[in-house]
Design a protein around this ligand. Structure first.
Ligand code: WTA
Length: 657
């Protein structure tokens, strides 16, 4: 039996979940969307764009003549913030709650669309008074508090460009991002609440700007959240709360060209220097709102939507700060961590606000699984009707748990594939249309064209794995890398002529559904056979012993690469699992059974934690260092830097046989 054939076994998912007729009947997205988009792709996107308010309507949909630099709706003018705020108030929905804010200590705020609009107008006036003009860059370094959304919206409103830097990043990372974008202003806070205590942010800003490190910065606007003591630089630092209190709440939104830059968001690439991914206005907002409405089946009058992502990541841009507001949604925003004060916090929030749509990441789902179903079972989660997943492949076991324990066995799960670069969701089921299949992101959305190619650029069909590409431009696509158009062309457009190379491996199954196989740099080559880390991880976590698993390819003299697995055991199984040799044998046999002997990990290491970035991505680079017995590389982007000391102290279990 060939390795390819063996890999097929795992991706042949037997479980299918058709939408209920009740859900399908009331769903926003109907099956005809696919036909509409297929028969006239550009006309379809123009129709989606027309759901926004245009100060000056566009007459042209796409200009691709200077590919890969796209222009969408480029003779039109709009204001992004007007679309997210004023127009809902003008439509009579000013009293609708825009944000239910839940602070980690338990403080709450309820902000209506009318109130949010007023706050954003005040903030826009403050920015203008500080000399910020259209096109200027503003760095935002804030915790998950409403001011983060207010700041982003205010920057957008005056046509300036925000660069949100995740609050968990260090002073150095902040400094290099500020400098790369030549930001004039930094908006930050004294601190925020995390894991039960006030955690400072302002000192990192002071350090990032110290000496003449970032000469472009003229001011720092500081939100008071924790009232910690902060260092204050006279003439540079401005108190947000005081400035807004004095500002006028009158502000007329000006129109900007559809291609006016909206934001830069830095993301890591294959080199050490992060890439400043550039997004613009009209196309971005069109696709963020289109996907938010159709993929989550948003009924803004009734739904309570909650996306758990931090605004420091693209998900927090498109599905907290822009998409939901463009659609007039009511959303929950939570400041803290899921385990504070205990692992029931998220479910208590769902119960308290009656959350109907929950969008989160597989890593969180697996953490909850690890803690046990009895915790969510203590809360009333019956309001939930749509569940979303993003950021990495969701293994079928986590998918099933999510559906059963969180979704009451009935809520559809939308597994959404996309990237910082794509700006919005690209591949996902539509909840009232698609028959769901655990573990697969399924099909490109209406309006999106994806293919899978082999290394030579030949298109692959059902049953084959290769490289995922996007073959047609889409409205929310990145418009470039800030200050580096060569890197933009090189990274995304040079691998295959005229196509966007996503950097992910993928496979069409026999039914034409798409399975993401992880980054191509996470794809291993063992004895000439291509194996995906995600696939082996999925097999490992389907064994009752295993709560979480991470797999890396380590150099091997004989096989090129060898599979090395790091596993966390389920609390309840530690005794049954026995010693390391026993665990190793059981899991290697299990993987052999699930995928084939070729995929058997050479080494299995039982660990207590996995190294993750603050956004929850496993840092395989560090695990590779352990697997290849090298000194551990740079750990500064880890959420918990002590993890590597714990892991590297472990002794490898099992051996070749
Ligand atoms: C991965 C996050 C499988 C993928 C929105 C992609 C996924 C990278 C999924 C982008 C998914 C994201 N299934 N893999 N549903 N969603 N990914 O830029 O490898 O933080 O290339 O954007 O995450 O990560 P980014």
């Amino acid at each position: 039996m060939s390795a390819d054939h063996e890999i097929d076994n795992l991706l042949h998912e037997e479980r299918h979940f058709a939408p209920s007729s009740e859900f399908a009947q009331n769903a926003i997205a109907q099956a005809n969307l696919y036909e509409e988009a297929a028969s006239d792709r550009l006309g379809f996107w123009a129709d989606q764009a027309k759901r926004l308010h245009w100060h000056k309507p566009f007459t042209k949909t796409l200009d691709w003549s200077n590919a890969p630099f796209a222009k969408w709706f480029h003779d039109g003018e709009l204001n992004v913030s007007y679309n997210c705020l004023d127009r809902h108030v003008e439509a009579g929905n000013g009293d609708r709650v825009a944000i239910f804010f839940e602070g980690e200590p338990g403080d709450t705020r309820e902000i209506t669309y009318a109130e949010l609009t007023r706050e954003v107008k005040k903030a826009a006036n403050v920015l203008t008074q500080m000399g910020i003009k259209a096109g200027d860059r503003v760095a935002i370094y804030l915790p998950m508090i409403p001011e983060a959304v207010i700041a982003m919206q205010a920057v957008a409103r005056i046509g300036a460009i925000h660069s949100v830097v995740f609050g968990g990043f260090s002073a150095d990372s902040l400094s290099s991002r500020i400098d790369d974008a030549q930001a004039k202003l930094v908006i930050t806070a004294d601190g925020g609440y995390r894991k039960g205590k006030a955690s400072a942010l302002k000192p990192a800003v002071d350090e990032a700007l110290a000496g003449d490190k970032c000469p472009s910065v003229q001011n720092v606007l500081v939100v008071k959240r924790t009232n910690q003591d902060v260092n204050w630089v006279e003439g540079r630092d401005v108190d947000w709360n005081m400035a807004l209190a004095e500002a006028s709440d009158e502000h007329e939104a000006q129109a900007f060209n559809a291609e006016h830059p909206l934001f830069i968001l830095y993301t890591s690439g294959t080199t050490g220097k992060p890439k400043g991914i550039l997004h613009t206005s009209g196309g971005y907002l069109t696709q963020a709102s289109y996907t938010h409405r159709n993929v989550f089946d948003l009924h803004p009058e009734n739904d309570i939507y909650w996306c758990t992502a931090d605004v420091g990541w693209i998900t927090g841009h498109s599905y907290v700060a822009y998409g939901p507001l463009a659609n007039g949604a009511t959303q929950v925003m939570y400041e803290g961590t899921p385990e504070t004060p205990d692992w029931g916090r998220w479910w208590s929030i769902v119960q308290k606000y009656g959350v109907t749509i929950l969008y989160t990441a597989p890593t969180a789902i697996r953490s909850f699984m690890k803690m046990g179903s009895s915790i969510p079972a203590q809360y009333n989660l019956s309001t939930i009707r749509v569940l979303g997943s993003v950021g990495e492949p969701i293994n079928p076991e986590a998918w099933m748990w999510y559906r059963k324990v969180i979704g009451g066995g009935k809520a559809p799960i939308v597994d959404t594939w996309w990237q910082t670069e794509t700006g919005a969701i690209m591949v996902s089921p539509l909840p009232g249309v698609t028959t769901l299949k655990p573990g697969s992101a399924q099909v490109p959305l209406p309006g999106i064209s994806a293919k899978i190619l082999d290394d030579d650029g030949n298109e692959l069909g059902r049953g084959h794995a290769g490289l995922l590409v996007l073959t047609e431009p889409w409205p929310s696509m990145l418009r470039g890398i800030w200050g580096d158009s060569e890197r933009f062309k090189e990274t995304y457009w040079s691998r295959f002529e005229g196509m966007y190379f996503a950097g992910d491996g993928a496979k069409w199954d026999e039914e034409g559904d798409l399975w993401l196989l992880g980054r191509v740099d996470d794809v291993m080559n063992v004895s000439g056979h291509r194996l995906s880390t995600a696939e082996i991880e999925s097999a490992l976590v389907s064994h009752p012993y295993v709560a979480e698993a991470a797999v890396v390819g380590a150099k091997d003299e004989t096989t090129g690469q060898a599979v090395v697995a790091f596993v966390i055991l389920r609390q309840s199984q530690v005794e049954a699992a026995g010693d390391a040799d026993h665990v190793s044998k059981a899991l290697r046999d299990h993987v052999a059974k699930e995928i084939g002997p070729i995929a058997k990990p050479r080494t299995i290491m039982v660990v207590a934690e996995l190294p993750k970035t603050r956004s929850g991505k496993i840092m395989r680079r560090l695990l590779r260092d352990v697997a290849e017995d090298r000194p551990i590389g740079d750990v500064t982007t880890l959420a918990d830097t002590s993890v590597m000391d714990i892991i590297s102290g472990k002794v490898a279990a099992g051996a070749n046989d």
